[in-house]
Design a protein around this ligand. Structure first.
Ligand code: SF4
Ligand code: SF4
Length: 318
């Protein structure tokens, strides 16, 4: 019997839905083993079709995207009820992803369109088409419904998608499984890391990196030491620092704190035998947009203490 499969996107760029094509001919194998019961990007199925399905009648549901609206939350609750296994697919469903960087402010609509802004229905004769209300903040999937497994990445790389389908279609899904490595990306990166001291933090466009040496050693902010392996270090191999899309390793926890600690230990600050570096306190100033860099995908998950601090500061100032 074919496994019944559902795929749904919430607040997503669409890249996760397209990522299945990365399987190449392997996609045909997957499609021959599944029955697609709900996948709005691919087949014409509506919410009412989903509502008509019996509880737990879908074998596997993959949700991609951050939860941004009340409708997103309702749909994933419905999918949870109808599914035996439901997983977060991609960095947004897993950790909040890039869209959840909007959680830095207090209300994205007001920030963009001004105080009191409310979206109007596009057609006055159909007021029921008013866009759904936003949730107070953008949320990862597991903060709204229980999640059985995670296929991480932005989007998930082909090797991990293949690993996921192999397990799912052979009945080998384990509760709590994350389809990536527990060890850090550095362990699969071919670049040579010597943990050299750095005297400047560089952005990718400011340097043509040495092709053999570790990017962090060359002053670029590479999240490899705190990020799960599983993508074969595809970005560092191409000369770009890892931005952490597979999520932090269990050991690292909060990726920003873990990487800041690694960076602080690399900053060159007047070692013995060297002239003291006069600007040592300013080295990390080169870290432009620290939140967007260190929490690029994980702000919704790990950024709440910072948000509380920022609010407290505003209250004290007011
Ligand atoms: S380039 Fe990045 S992933 Fe590769 S060894 Fe250096 S820090 Fe680790
Ligand atoms: S190197 Fe980092 S950012 Fe690039 S795909 Fe791998 S985990 Fe994602």
């Amino acid at each position: 019997m074919r496994a019944k499969l559902a795929v749904y996107w919430t607040g997503s760029c669409g890249g996760c839905d397209v990522s299945f094509l990365e399987l190449g001919p392997g996609l045909l194998d997957v499609l021959s083993q599944v029955e697609i019961v709900f996948w709005p990007a691919l087949v014409d199925a509506k919410r009412q079709d989903l509502e008509r399905l019996p509880p737990r009648s879908i074998d596997i549901t993959l949700v991609n995207g951050v939860l941004r609206t009340e409708e997103n939350a309702e749909m994933v609750a419905l999918l949870r009820e109808k599914s035996r296994f439901l997983g977060a697919y991609g960095a947004c469903a897993h950790l909040g992803g890039v869209p959840a960087l909007a959680n830095q402010g207090n209300g994205i609509l007001e920030a963009v369109f001004g105080p009191g802004f409310r979206p109007a229905p596009p057609f006055p004769e159909a007021p029921e088409d008013t866009p759904p209300d936003l949730l107070p903040e953008a949320l990862p999937l597991d903060e709204v419904v229980p999640v059985d497994f995670v296929v991480p990445g932005c989007p998930p790389p082909a090797g991990l998608i293949a690993r996921f389908f192999e397990a799912a279609l052979s009945g080998g899904l384990q509760p709590g499984q994350v389809f990536a490595e527990e060890k850090a990306l550095c362990e699969e990166c071919p670049r040579v890391r010597e943990e050299r001291r750095i005297s400047r933090v560089l952005r990718p466009h400011e340097v043509l990196p040495d092709p053999e040496k570790c990017l962090l050693d060359q002053g670029m902010v590479c999240l490899g030491p705190v990020t799960r392996g599983g993508c074969e270090a595809s970005c560092p191999k191409a000369g770009m620092p890892c931005t952490g899309c597979l999520g932090p390793t269990p050991k690292a926890g909060d990726p920003a704190l873990a990487l800041l600690s690694a960076l602080a230990s690399l900053v060159r600050a007047g070692e013995e035998g060297e002239a003291a570096f006069p600007e040592e306190n300013r080295i990390l100033d080169g870290l432009v947009d620290p939140i967007g860099t260190l929490y690029k995908y994980a702000f919704a998950k790990y950024g709440r203490p910072l948000r509380r601090l920022a609010r407290r500061r505003e209250e004290v100032r007011a």
